[in-house]
Design a protein around this ligand. Sequence first.
Ligand SMILES: [Zn+2]
Length: 427
Amino acid sequence: MTNTNQVFTEEICYPNNVKKYDLSKPPVKQSKTAVRFTRLFSKVLLPLLREGHKIEKINMDGLKPPYILLSNHMQWMDFPVLFDATYPERVNLVAANHVYYKDYALLEKLGCMCTRKFTTDIGLVRNCHRVLQDYGDIFAMFPEARYTPDGTQSVLPEAIGKLAKKNNVPVVILLNHGNFLNQPFWSHYKFRKVPFYATLKQVISAEDIQKLSVEEINQIIRDEFQYDEYKWQKDNNILITEKYRAHGLHKILYQCPHCMAEGKTTSNGTQLMCNACGKSWEMTELGELIAVNGETEFSHIPDWYAWQRENVRNELLSGNYKYYDEVQVYGFPGVDKYYNLGKATVTHDLDNGFVITGQYNGSNYRISRGVKSHYSLHIEYEFGHLKGVDCFEVPTKNDSIYCIPTEKYMVTKLSLATEEAYKIANE
Ligand SMILES: [Zn+2]
């Protein structure tokens, strides 16, 4: 594929006519039409949830923008919930570059701000200041920067505390419940009948933000952001009766706790199975897993997921973790086109993070992303932009490199390995 004596570039050499997109472009202040449009968007979509939706406001009396709004992220219906919760105020929302794909003109008009996930984005810091200080509006973001895989909190960026402190504004959290159970990330084309419930809560007031340190702000945000959708389901006795309720669950539960095989699980109907040892588990209407025969290792899905995380962490710590694969690669430098870059080799380990080596447009490239600069990984299951593949994205300053691994389950394992490697490297 590549010759070791050759020269490598650190970015993909695209043709000269490639269309870039300025991610630091300042957002527009929302017009009355934009506010009405997002209102209409919510009013049309939310009633489709026949099981109902409710937003409870806590400590919000008298609170007016500017403030920072943080929301947990479970599926695309989080957007109408957010606009419904904040109406009639103006909101500038951060959206990932892949959300802008083909729709950038509309998103710009609505006041969205574009960012590349899991990169240091100085432009976004400036835009946050602009929204809060110049426009006096709501700066809204999904700080997990990904749909929750197992219905619990994902890693939050430390930079939020700094943003809040620097701008000296209140912090509000929109915590969604039900959205994940309705359309789990691992089965996002199939709906389950689940009611939506969200709280919109001011967690740090204008007065408190002045007294608190950045670390204290981050701690409050982490504490208030806690959620566990399977616990919420049980606490509220929500029955998911769909006969396909376990469909796709193997995407996040890739390791068998009985025989330890990886990538051999599969799912169908209401069951999860391991093709290596034959063990199977029934997913109950309350979202628990029960072994069909023998011991139930983990009845709570997030516990199984956390166990896999611990295994990956031990693999990293013992020096046994090293990912190598030949993958199909796509580049997404702008917002209008995914470029087929052909095949490339990808490695991931604790020393070097991600290294992608390949050849495109007559040039060899070697793209690396160090462990310490990459606290989480953007992954997609059945990604609509790339013909329904499971893939992961390695971001650089100017590009998003989408990789389709040979083994689908590696998408999930790599996301755990990225997060654990980051923690280990920073300990
Ligand atoms: Zn097994």
